[in-house]
Design a protein around this ligand. Structure first.
Ligand SMILES: Nc1nc2[nH]cc(C(=O)O)c2c(=O)[nH]1
Ligand code: SF4
Ligand SMILES: [Mg+2]
Length: 235
């Protein structure tokens, strides 16, 4: 096994169902594994012996160049907005991730969209030159049992915010203190917008309205977007 080989969970074409780029046609590449252990995780990221591209079985782990070649051959890639690399936590396979991005960009020129938990600031910042769009989660205890606000603050202080957006997953029991700390992170950075996603698609309610008002009063544009893939019953 090559050092930078990686474990893939699944690969499928779909429509981005969350956040700022909702509606974009993407090829989803879900990396296996996650070191974060959130409560309420909605993703099966366990690695298996193989994964499937169209009908072809590919053995795990796979080399970055082989994966890039297989994807480019199977999907052409020029009909997609971007490749969404998601997980799990893709930064847990940093060496593989970096080599894969370089290889697939060289082969196809496609944009790279990276979904990450926001816990690993140094690794994320090290990919600034090769990733086109960063989707970063703000994790708060009431939704996920973990908190990454310090790490996201560090990222926001040095990242190019024009290619970055942050998502906040909101549970019914979000506290005023949590909203305040999220506001502080945004106000400390150049990022003046946030994408709110209700956990388990809870309906728009008074608490949510209150959060949006608080954000707007502080000149942070808030966009409330439930996960459309769940409504549409697509992957
Ligand atoms: N359609 C669709 N949109 C998504 N946006 C983020 C996803 C994820 O699982 O990371 C996802 C996903 O799994 N499917
Ligand atoms: S970071 Fe994402 S994939 Fe990992 S445990 Fe948390 S919600 Fe699940
Ligand atoms: Mg998901």
């Amino acid at each position: 096994m090559n050092n930078s080989s990686g474990y893939i969970k699944e690969i499928f074409p779909s429509i981005q169902g969350e956040g700022k780029y909702v509606g974009a046609k993407q090829l989803f590449v879900r990396l296996a594994g996650c070191s974060i252990n959130c409560l309420n995780c909605d993703t099966d990221y366990s690695a298996e012996d193989f994964f499937i591209i169209n009908d072809k079985r590919i053995q795990n782990p796979v080399s970055p160049v082989d994966l890039a070649g297989n994807i480019t051959e199977a999907f052409g890639l020029n009909s997609f907005h971007s490749i969404s690399i998601t997980g799990g936590e893709p930064l847990d396979q940093f060496g593989f991730l970096k080599d894969f991005i370089k290889a697939v960009k060289e082969m196809s020129g496609i944009r790279i969209f990276l979904e990450t938990s926001g816990f690993y600031s140094d690794k994320l910042l090290a990919l600034q030159d090769i990733v086109d769009i960063f989707s970063i989660d703000l994790k708060i205890k009431s939704s996920f049992g973990v908190n990454n606000l310090q790490s996201v603050q560090k990222i926001m202080r040095s990242i190019d915010t024009s290619k970055t957006y942050v998502k906040l997953i909101i549970n019914k029991n979000i506290s005023e203190t949590e909203i305040d700390s999220v506001l502080k992170v945004l106000m400390d950075s150049k990022m003046k917008e946030i994408y709110l996603q209700p956990l388990n698609n809870i309906s728009y309610n008074n608490e949510l309205e209150h959060i949006i008002e608080l954000l707007q009063k502080n000149k942070i544009d808030a966009y409330f977007i439930p996960q459309i893939q769940k409504f549409m019953e697509i992957r």
